[in-house]
Design a protein around this ligand. Structure first.
Ligand SMILES: Cc1ncc(COP(=O)(O)O)c(C=O)c1O
Length: 387
């Protein structure tokens, strides 16, 4: 017998989808290739994303396909076989860039791979860039979701800019929760996804590139079809047509998700995420648990990663929370699998109520498995943070 109807998706993406966003998907569909009304909505979404990313001087595209498509598109269009790429590798997705670089015939140089519990050191990065001045690209993950690590995007951009090497940034799980200034920081290429902080369904990726990066794209001369950014530029910007049929329902959802962010106001949105991080940290400490990031400054405002307590099978714990309370937390990946579990606080999840639900369920679940904790202290800590 289960004693609930609603369930709470508190994993760090895909997240639960707000009612408004779900309703937007019920809109009448036409043929997105033929309907000028759809093109207007799509252009509106591009404009809102440029505003969110402060990327007014970029060319920005929303492509059908999840975020990995955006990561691969970046490398496919910017890397020539034999190119060296400095890869900031302090996490699962950070290190994952090295795999994509190898697939396209490049040589990754790993930086910061020895400690995944803190953000990349700018001095360390600077030393690597000094040594590998011939590198063709630098890759960074802003928030490495599986470990909740937040890298200093602005500092990295400043450091990399002084070497004149293009910087490619995976901001899939930060945009919409952490400020980004694409133009101001001099970023070259950024990738986002629909299903993380933006709380839209899985299936869209956002890519934006600085306009003078097209010279490099031309020189690389990528010949493929689906990932080919030149096609997007020539067809969409040149002739107002899509290179392939767009997932219109998903674009309507993303549009509504962005409307929600701008109606709330960016300042409030970022402050709410900052408070969610603080509340989450205070709650885990109140339960006697340990954060995976070494300190809060290295921890993303969009997700908290918790070290599984000794003697607790985190997979069993999460399964229990799902079945008994209808609360979904996430495990982790790669070398963190089984060792770390996560609470998402991205987008609508970054709220007092969602965190109280997450930590109360977590505390009850730990007790059910025989691990003594004091849940009222955790709830108090969350309340105090949002007061
Ligand atoms: C930082 C980061 N980059 C990229 C991705 C890949 O996104 P997707 O699974 O939607 O392709 C994820 C997904 O978890 C992510 O957290």
């Amino acid at each position: 017998m289960r004693f609930y109807t609603d369930r709470f998706i508190l994993s760090p993406g895909p997240t639960g989808i707000p009612h408004r966003v779900r309703l937007a998907m019920a809109r009448e569909t036409t043929n997105p290739d033929l309907d000028p009304g759809f093109l207007r909505v799509y252009e509106g979404v591009r404009g809102k994303l440029r505003e969110l990313l402060k990327a007014g001087r970029s060319d920005l595209y929303v492509m059908a396909g999840e975020a990995v498509l955006g990561l691969e598109a970046a490398i496919a269009n910017l890397l020539r076989p034999g190119d060296r790429v400095v890869v900031v590798a302090n996490g699962v997705f950070g290190e994952g860039f090295a795999d994509i670089v190898r697939m396209y015939g490049g040589e990754p140089i790993l930086v910061a791979s020895e400690n995944w519990r803190r953000g990349v050191s700018l001095e360390g990065l600077d030393r690597a860039l000094e040594r590998f001045r011939d590198a063709s690209l630098v890759t960074l993950v802003h928030c490495d979701t599986p470990s909740a690590i937040l890298n200093d995007f602005e500092g990295v951009a400043r450091t990399v800019r002084s070497y004149g090497i293009p910087l490619v940034v995976d901001a899939v799980s930060s945009i919409g929760g952490v400020p980004v200034d694409f133009d101001g920081w001099g970023v070259d290429f950024i990738i986002g996804g629909s299903q993380k902080v933006l709380n839209a369904p899985t299936g869209l990726t956002i890519v934006a590139l600085r306009r003078d990066l097209w010279d490099r794209v031309e020189k690389v001369g990528y010949k493929g079809l689906y990932l080919n950014l030149k096609l997007w530029r020539d067809m969409l910007d040149g002739r107002g047509v899509f290179p392939y049929t767009m997932a219109d329902t998903l674009v309507y959802a993303l549009d509504e998700a962005l409307n929600m962010i701008f109606e709330e106001g960016l300042e409030n949105v970022y402050r709410r995420h900052g408070l969610a991080r603080e509340a989450s940290w205070r709650a885990l400490e109140a339960l006697g648990l340990e954060s995976y990031p070494e300190s809060i400054e290295y921890s993303s405002p969009t997700v908290t990663a918790i070290v599984a307590p000794r003697g607790v099978d985190e997979g069993r714990l999460r399964e229990h929370l799902w079945l008994k309370y209808g609360v979904m937390l996430a495990g982790s990946w790669g070398k963190l699998e089984g060792k770390v579990f996560r609470v998402g606080h991205m987008g609508v999840q970054a709220s007092r109520t969602h965190l109280i639900i997450a930590y109360t369920a977590l505390a009850r679940g730990l007790k059910d498995l025989g691990y003594e904790v004091n849940e009222s202290k955790a709830v108090e800590a969350i309340e105090e943070t949002f007061r």
